[in-house]
Design a protein around this ligand. Structure first.
Ligand SMILES: [Zn+2]
Length: 468
C-alpha cells in the first residue's frame, strides 16, 4: 500500500485528526525529495526530550551570560547553511503526544497512540528506522541520559504496544545487536531487578556484546562488536548534580562524552551510520518544574550538539537533525523589575531542586531546608515557606510522572519563581509546534512546517535506502 493512501485512510482519520489530512498531499508525495535521494551517508538525530521553546531560550541566555559564549544550537541556527522548520507533534490518540508516540512517528513513520512504540491503532507493526538501516549495512545506535530502554531510543529500535514494558525492550535489544546503545537503566538488565530474574548483562556478553558499566569500560570499547553501555540504575544524574559529585563524575560519562565515543565507533563503518542522541532528563526536569535541573541539562545537551556539529562539519556527508519530541511545562523568564538579576541566581546554583529535596526527611527541622537552599542555590526561604515545604513531606500529596519520592516540586517552584523570575505553565507535556533544525550537505529544500512523521521517509530517502 502506498504510504500516502495508508495515511489518508488509516491512522489519522481513525482518531479524528482530519485537519492533518492536508499533509498527505502536501508532504507525503515525496516528489520534491526524489531528486535529493542519496545525499547523506550518515544521520545524527538529536532530541532534547520535552524541550519547550522557553527551555531553549533560557539555556541560551544562561550559557551566553554566564559563560560568555552562545549556545551551539542557536549558533547553528544563525548559520546560512541551516534549514529550519516547525513540527507538529500530535499522536494518533491525542493532540498532546507522549515520548513513545513521538519517537515512533520518526522511527516508524506513522502516528500511533500515546504509550505505544511503533504499534498502530489496530495493532499493526511499523518497522523501526534503525532496523531498516541496519539491514542495509549501516551501523546504528542510540545514546541517552535516561534508561536506554526508555521511549525515545526505543521508538527508533523496536515494536512494543506498552512503553512501560522495559524488561521486554531490553530483551529485544539483545536480538537486534545494534552497534552502540548507551544510557542508564541497569534495572532492566540486572537479574536482581528484572521480573524474570534473568541476568541480561551475562546474556549480552555471551551474545558477543562489549558491556560497559562506567567511563573506563566505555573507553576500552571498540568498533567491530556491539556495545551496550549502562551507567546507572535508572536515569543518569542531572548534569548540575553530576558535575558537583566527584565519584559520579569519574564513573558516569556525560552526554557529550557518550556522543564522542558513539561517533568515533559508528564512523568506522564504511556504509555509514544512523545515531539517535537524547537529552532525556530535560523532560524529567520539566515534569518536576526544576529550573536548575532543566537548564543545566539543556546545556549538557547543547554540549553534545557541539560535538555532533563539529563532526558533521568535518565529515561533510552527514545530516544533523536537532529537535525535540514535544514541549513540556512551557517554562519562561517573565518580566519584572528584577528579571535580569533574578535570572542570574541560576548562574550560581550548585545543585538541582531534586538533589536538595532528597537531603531532607519529614522529621527534619524547617531550618535544615532553609540552610540547604541558601548554601546550594542562593535561594532565601522565609520561615513560612520552609514550613510549607516541610509539611509536604508528611502529607505526601504531590504526584508527578517521575516523582517516586513525592517530593514537593510544585510548591517549591512557586516559591522559587519569586526569586528567579522563571515560571511554568504546567507539569505536563504541551501540544506546541516545536523547533526543528537541519544541517547537512547539498542544496535540498525542506518545508517550513511538517508533521513529525515526515522525517522518517526524509531520512531514508536522504540515505538512499528508499527511492521514490
Ligand atoms: Zn518526550
Amino acid at each position: 500500500m502506498k504510504r500516502r493512501d495508508f495515511l489518508s485512510k488509516g491512522t489519522l482519520g481513525a482518531v479524528g485528526l482530519t485537519w492533518l489530512g492536508q499533509f498527505t498531499d502536501a508532504f507525503h508525495t515525496t516528489q520534491h525529495l526524489k531528486k535529493h535521494a542519496g545525499k547523506f551517508k550518515n544521520v545524527i538525530f538529536m532530541v532534547s526530550d520535552g524541550m519547550s521553546i522557553g527551555t531553549l531560550t533560557m539555556a541560551h541566555l544562561l550559557k551566553s551570560r554566564k559563560y560568555g559564549k552562545p549556545s551551539n544550537w542557536i549558533s547553528i541556527i544563525e548559520g546560512l547553511q541551516t534549514r529550519r522548520s516547525l513540527m507538529d507533534t500530535s499522536s494518533a490518540s491525542s493532540l498532546v503526544t507522549d515520548s513513545a508516540a513521538a519517537s515512533s512517528a520518526w522511527g516508524g513513520g506513522f502516528k500511533v497512540p500515546n504509550g505505544s512504540l511503533n504499534v498502530g491503532v489496530n495493532g499493526e507493526f511499523y518497522k523501526p528506522i534503525l532496523q531498516k538501516c541496519k539491514s542495509k549495512g549501516l551501523a546504528v545506535g542510540c545514546v541517552t541520559t535516561v534508561p536506554i530502554t526508555h521511549a525515545t531510543p526505543a521508538g527508533f529500535c523496536i515494536n512494543q504496544s506498552k512503553r512501560g514494558n522495559q524488561d521486554d525492550i531490553a530483551l529485544q535489544y539483545l536480538d537486534l545487536k545494534f552497534d552502540v546503545m548507551l544510557g542508564g537503566g541497569s534495572d532492566f538488565f540486572s537479574g536482581l531487578k528484572r521480573k524474570d530474574k534473568r541476568d541480561l548483562f551475562s546474556d549480552f556478553k555471551n551474545a558477543g556484546f562489549q558491556v560497559a558499566k562506567n567511563k573506563g569500560d566505555l573507553a576500552s570499547c571498540e568498533f567491530g562488536k556491539p556495545i551496550l553501555g549502562v551507567f546507572d540504575e535508572g536515569g543518569l544524574p542531572y548534569a548540575l548534580d553530576h558535575v558537583n559529585n566527584k565519584e559520579q563524575e569519574s564513573s558516569v560519562p556525560t552526554l557529550a562524552e557518550m556522543t564522542t565515543k558513539a561517533l568515533d565507533v559508528l564512523n568506522k563503518n564504511n556504509k555509514g551510520f544512523v545515531l539517535q542522541i537524547e537529552g532525556g532528563k530535560v523532560d524529567w526536569a520539566a515534569h518536576a518544574n526544576d529550573a536548575p535541573a532543566l537548564l543545566y541539562d539543556q546545556i549538557a545537551f547543547d554540549d553534545a550538539v557541539g560535538v555532533a556539529y563539529d563532526f558533521a562539519q568535518k565529515n561533510g556527508e552527514t545530516l544533523l537533525i536537532i529537535t525535540t519530541d514535544h514541549g513540556n511545562a512551557n517554562p519562561g523568564l517573565f518580566y519584572g523589575d528584577k528579571a535580569n538579576k533574578n535570572f542570574e541566581k541560576l548562574f550560581l546554583m550548585k545543585q538541582t531542586n531534586e538533589w536538595i529535596l532528597k537531603q531532607v526527611k519529614s522529621s527534619d527541622s524547617p531550618d535544615k531546608l532553609k540552610d540547604l537552599f541558601a548554601t546550594y542555590q542562593g535561594i532565601e526561604l522565609t520561615k513560612e515557606e520552609s514550613i510549607t515545604l516541610m509539611n509536604q513531606y508528611s502529607i505526601q500529596t504531590e504526584q508527578g510522572i517521575y516523582n517516586n519520592y513525592k517530593l514537593p516540586f510544585k510548591q517549591l517552584a512557586e516559591i522559587q519563581m519569586k526569586q528567579t523570575s522563571v515560571s511554568w505553565g504546567s507539569m505536563d507535556h504541551s501540544g506546541d509546534f516545536v523547533e526543528l533544525t537541519l544541517f547537512g550537505p547539498g542544496d535540498w529544500k525542506f518545508p517550513g512546517y511538517i508533521p513529525n512523521t515526515y522525517l522518517h521517509n526524509f531520512i531514508l530517502e536522504g540515505l538512499g535506502i528508499i527511492i521514490s
